[in-house]
Design a protein around this ligand. Structure first.
Ligand SMILES: C[S@@+](CC[C@H](N)C(=O)[O-])C[C@H]1O[C@@H](n2cnc3c(N)ncnc32)[C@H](O)[C@@H]1O
Length: 528
């Protein structure tokens, strides 16, 4: 990560520059919070950067937003869902929206105004309504639009969920990057708004829905038939339970037309580590197809064609959409891993610092005879070249039999007493086991797999029968396989793995998780 230094070093300096660019005179009256920022910034010395900033903005840059992203830490910005959209994503999204000839563009959660500014550069007469909760964001947007000479802009320092949009005629295009804020971080008022909105739309909204999902709900409430939209969000809603509301809206009234899933490996949002999904819709569009396209680089977004066309009616009631990007059929694959093997989770200790240890420590404690070498991190599987072996450095797990006679084994008894003194026996997992120290490592899996990573699962042979912690899944053939057959299976799984991306559940940050059932559903070659 390169650490860039900002041209302007403080938020007050940014407001000062925004003022010099004419922020105060553009977009309608300032909110009280904007006014406070402006009054304080007026006491700052002039920045001397007005001219160069204006030139940069006209040339397509975002000098204020760039500095803001350095000055305000990622931690604070995460709480607000404030991450800016790269121009190579803004441009194709606008192409889509402007092709509907809108009279007005609404930019929900405008941030530094990248969408509004890009629209104003292309169509200075377009009516623009930009909204953001953060007064510094709206001041930056005002400044950018002022530098561009936008003629019909309204900038509202307000909550998009509840804001009343100005009267509009003609088609409105909703274009933007709704904030990703998880449900735990939403205020009680926002949660209450979601309940009321759900009633109004007569739909179900899960209490676990994040703010980006609620922006879709708010858009459905504000938009009218004929309006269009292009919103970029995390792709999480495609598959998770709370995303049901977005999937429902797109198949009922909001008129989903095109979904562009940007391959997690392309990481278009450098500082947010997000999996981006662009959702384009035409409100009230009749039944038709939705095009689901997987894009490997942002550059592919400008292509007009490509992807799988799926009739919208086929998507109704389908709970996981991401597999459809690769495969237009929803039928189970012809031959899945599950037909020849079971997939089980690795074991859970409930207290790794007690049950896992180095061999040296196990030896020193007189426990080595009760320990088994173990695979304890996903990184081991991901970096293994198809095979994991035992080594002297490998950590071991204390795997005691249920019928252990503690009195006859003083070294073990001493260690377990120590654990009891530390309250390990009262910990959640241990207290639900009988006896509490029986981890139950289980039979070793001949093949192990990673199941949660920013890449497809990786598979490794386990010829030494290492125990597997729940950082991986074990693959157990239903019928005995020879070493050669196992090797061919592991090789085939690793060869096919690029096709497994998108078959699990993708989370914010590009993590993809495969439950055992999802791994069993993975397609394997007909002939091994
Ligand atoms: C992901 S950023 C996108 C910014 C900008 N549109 C871009 O794409 O570069 C989301 C923005 O939404 C704003 N925001 C968060 N909650 C909001 C709300 N309830 N109403 C309006 N804006 C909100 C944040 O302050 C942030 O600027």
């Amino acid at each position: 990560v390169s650490v860039k230094s900002p041209v302007i070093a403080t938020e007050r300096g940014l407001v000062r520059l925004a003022l010099e660019l004419g922020a105060e005179g553009l977009g309608g009256p300032l909110s009280q919070e904007e006014r406070q920022l402006v009054d304080r910034a007026r006491q700052e010395p002039a920045t001397g950067l007005e001219r160069s900033a204006r030139v940069a903005i006209r040339a397509g840059g975002d000098p204020l937003g760039d500095d803001f992203a350095i000055i305000r830490t990622p931690l604070v910005r995460r709480a607000q869902g404030a991450f800016w959209t790269p121009p190579e994503i803004v441009a194709p999204m606008l192409d889509w929206a402007l092709s509907a000839n809108p009279a007005c563009l609404v930019d929900p959660g405008c941030g530094s105004g990248r969408f509004s500014a890009a629209a104003a550069r292309r169509e200075p007469d377009l009516e623009i309504v930009a909204i953001d909760l953060d007064p510094l964001a709206t001041l930056m947007t005002r400044a950018a639009l002022s530098a561009l000479g936008a003629r019909h802009a309204t900038v509202l320092n307000a909550d998009y969920l509840t804001v009343e949009l100005p009267d509009r005629n003609g088609v409105t295009a909703f274009v933007g990057n709704p904030p990703y804020v998880r449900h735990h971080d939403l205020s009680p008022q926002t949660k209450a708004w979601a309940v009321t909105a759900a009633k109004q739309l007569k739909i179900g909204v899960s209490g676990l829905a994040g703010l980006h999902a609620l922006f879709f709900v708010a858009t459905a409430l504000k938009a009218r038939k004929g309006d269009v939209g292009s919103l970029v969000t995390s792709s999480e809603w495609l598959d998770v339970h709370y995303g049901g509301v977005v999937r429902h809206l797109l198949t009922n009234g909001l008129g989903g037309r095109l979904l562009d899933l940007i391959d997690p490996r392309a990481i278009p949002f450098a500082d947010a580590m997000t999996t981006a999904l662009i959702t384009c819709f035409e409100v009230g569009a009749g039944p038709g197809d939705m095009r689901l396209r997987l894009v490997e680089t942002p550059a592919e977004l400008s292509q007009v064609e490509g992807g799988q066309r799926v009739p919208t009616r086929r998507l109704v009631g389908v709970h996981r959409w991401s597999p459809l990007f690769r495969d237009a059929t929803t039928e189970a694959p012809a031959r899945s891993l599950g037909t020849i093997a079971r997939v089980h989770r690795g074991f859970v200790t409930g207290a790794n610092d007690f049950f896992l240890m180095t061999r040296t420590r196990a030896r020193a404690l007189g426990l080595e005879g009760w320990c088994k070498p173990a695979i304890t991190t996903a990184a081991e599987i991901l970096s293994a070249d198809g095979e994991l072996r035992d080594t002297p450095e490998r950590r071991v797990v204390l795997d005691l039999p249920a019928n252990l006679d503690r009195a006859a084994n003083p070294a073990v008894d001493t260690y377990l007493r120590e654990g009891e003194a530390r309250g390990i026996d009262k910990s959640y997992i241990a207290s639900h086991r009988k006896p509490w120290w029986r981890v139950g490592v289980g039979a070793p899996a001949p093949i192990v797999a990673s199941y949660m990573a920013r890449q497809a699962p990786k598979f490794a042979l386990n010829p030494d029968g290492l125990a597997l912690l729940n950082i991986g899944h074990g693959i157990y053939p239903r019928q005995t396989m020879s070493e050669e057959q196992l090797r061919l299976l592991a090789e085939a799984l690793n060869r096919e793995r690029s096709g497994y991306t998108g078959k699990g559940r993708t989370y914010h940050g590009g993590l993809e998780k495969f439950e055992p059932g999802e791994m069993e559903a993975l397609r394997i070659p007909e002939v091994l």
